[in-house]
Ligand binder design. Structure first.
Ligand SMILES: [Ca+2]
Length: 489
């Protein structure tokens, strides 16, 4: 794809600079936990286990835990692996991801830098048997190690996707300009986002490769790679409604970029930096995926992007559905809106904070960390999102139509779109829809399979049944609902 002549880019230019003072006025930043301080916070997580606790990662190798309450006065040390962690500059304990079934299995994963040799470690730990606020430091099981040639560009985001697989970002290995050519090399995990199945070990590894990973059948390619051509994705996140993977790739000399990561795509580094040729001598752009947004190294932009989240919380309707991100150096916070092929960006805050990471709580409300002061802040608006505005269909079974009917009728139902991330659920849910007669005898099964969240309709044909009252019953996870219908022949 050519970068400078597409309609897409024209749309960006059309909307660029669209700062909305209205939005700025409505949104506020509040000190989320005034009594708590953290030492170089780099990640904010929840266990999604319904306990409403927050976990903050300190770069030196400590994870703190505390109740998600603005009046909280104390935190506990959940895990301290500072003796294992190589800390300094861009190195340290960089990422934390709780297993989707954490409530059942107590597993969580960390990404940290270690020495001798300098490497990134992805390891699993387990919570202790008798204290939910304490992990077992002896429980470490190393899943993956990747040598790091330089101290910088270690990536460090680790997250479970809506598919239940573990994703991790690796930087290009460091130095400047990717001297090792790792971004474009499929034979190294450096410069990529990987995807692995941590629930299915093999004879030789603690994980297996998802069957549809894009390079499983490519010669001289690492099968873990999900997407590549990335310089240093420090933070990425999944949109909890659409499942899209939003990544912020830190730039080299001139441009910071935001990418929507799709399986198998090449995001250009080090041929491109943002929309621009980085190596102008040989700038073959064939097959490269452009970013969805970029900003320059200048006072209106910044110098080091910190990726955030598509806002799906309940306390700031003003930014619902927008991708919120920041710059670590300039302290600016923006809200990017994507609709169809159009994209627009609004500056929503100018701060003095060194925003190292964003995080969300169990209600999807949005927080960020100030690396320098060690404080955690929350973004809230004047308007609370109403349930209707959330665009998250709940589980629902509708009345069939027509009713009475002869001989066919349509039954509509919906499976909650929040369900890929709903507590304890990571995969498609098993759905059954059955028809019963008035005596409770099962007549037929209309649906009996795994279904992803969404809206569905099924046609029921009662051509060979006698007139009378029938019942239909939907069962999906904990949702069970039944309705009555009348066949009139
Ligand atoms: Ca790129």
């Amino acid at each position: 794809m050519k970068y400078h002549s597409c309609i897409f880019l024209n749309l960006i230019l059309l909307f660029a600079g669209g700062t909305s003072p209205e939005v700025k006025a409505q949104l506020r930043i509040v000190n989320a936990f005034p009594e708590l301080n953290f030492d170089a916070p780099v990640d904010i997580q929840t266990a999604n286990d319904g306990t409403n606790r927050m976990f903050v990662v300190e770069q030196r190798g400590v994870i703190s835990v505390f109740q998600n309450d603005s009046n909280v006065t104390a935190k506990a040390t959940f895990l301290d692996i500072s003796d294992k962690v190589l800390y300094g500059g861009e190195q340290g304990l960089l990422g934390l991801a709780f297993h989707p079934q954490y409530k059942q299995n107590g597993y969580f994963f960390v990404n940290y830098t270690a020495s001798n040799p300098r490497r990134t470690v992805i390891a699993r730990y387990k919570v202790s048997e008798n204290n939910p606020d304490k992990a077992d430091p002896q429980s470490e099981l190393i899943f993956l190690e990747v040598e790091q040639p330089y101290s910088n560009h270690n990536g460090g985001q680790i997250s479970f996707g809506p598919d239940g697989f573990l994703y991790n970002s690796f930087g290009d290995g460091g130095s400047g300009g990717d001297p090792g050519g790792n971004g474009q090399n499929l034979n190294t995990l450096l410069g990529s986002i990987i995807r692995i199945d941590v629930n299915t070990p093999t004879n030789t590894k603690q994980y297996s490769i998802p069957q549809d990973n894009p390079f499983v059948n490519t010669q001289n390619a690492k099968p873990e790679i999900y997407a590549y051509g990335l310089r240093n994705v420090w933070r990425f996140s999944f949109d909890k409604v659409t499942g899209k993977l939003w990544a912020a790739d830190v730039g080299q000399n001139l441009w910071e970029e935001i990418d929507i990561i799709e399986k198998g795509k090449n995001y250009g580094w080090n041929i491109m930096e943002g929309f621009h040729c980085y190596n102008s001598q040989q700038c073959n752009q064939e097959g490269l995926e452009p970013p969805v947004w970029e900003y320059g190294h200048n006072s209106a932009g910044g110098y080091s992007i910190t990726g955030g989240f598509v806002y799906r919380g309940i306390n700031a309707e003003e930014i619902y559905g927008k991708y919120i991100f920041a710059d670590f150096v300039s302290g600016k916070i923006w809200a990017l809106t994507q609709s169809g092929n159009g994209i627009s960006n609004e500056l929503i805050f100018e701060t003095n904070y060194s925003i190292s990471t964003f995080g969300i709580d169990e209600s999807n409300d949005l927080y960020f960390a100030d690396y320098n002061s060690g404080k955690i802040f929350k973004i809230i608006g004047e308007k609370t999102t109403s349930v209707g505005k959330l665009e998250i269909p709940d589980f629902e079974l509708k009345q069939n139509y027509p009713n009475p009917f002869n001989p066919t009728t349509t039954i509509k139902y919906s499976i909650a779109t929040s369900s890929p991330f709903a507590k304890g659920r990571t995969e498609q849910g098993f759905v059954t829809l059955k028809i019963y007669d008035v005596l409770g005898r099962e007549i037929t099964t209309l649906v009996n399979k795994n279904q992803p969240p969404g809206k569905y309709e099924v046609i029921f044909d009662a051509g060979n049944l006698p007139s009378g009252t029938y019942f239909y019953r939907l069962s999906a996870l904990n949702f069970i609902s039944g309705k009555k219908m009348v066949l009139l022949k």
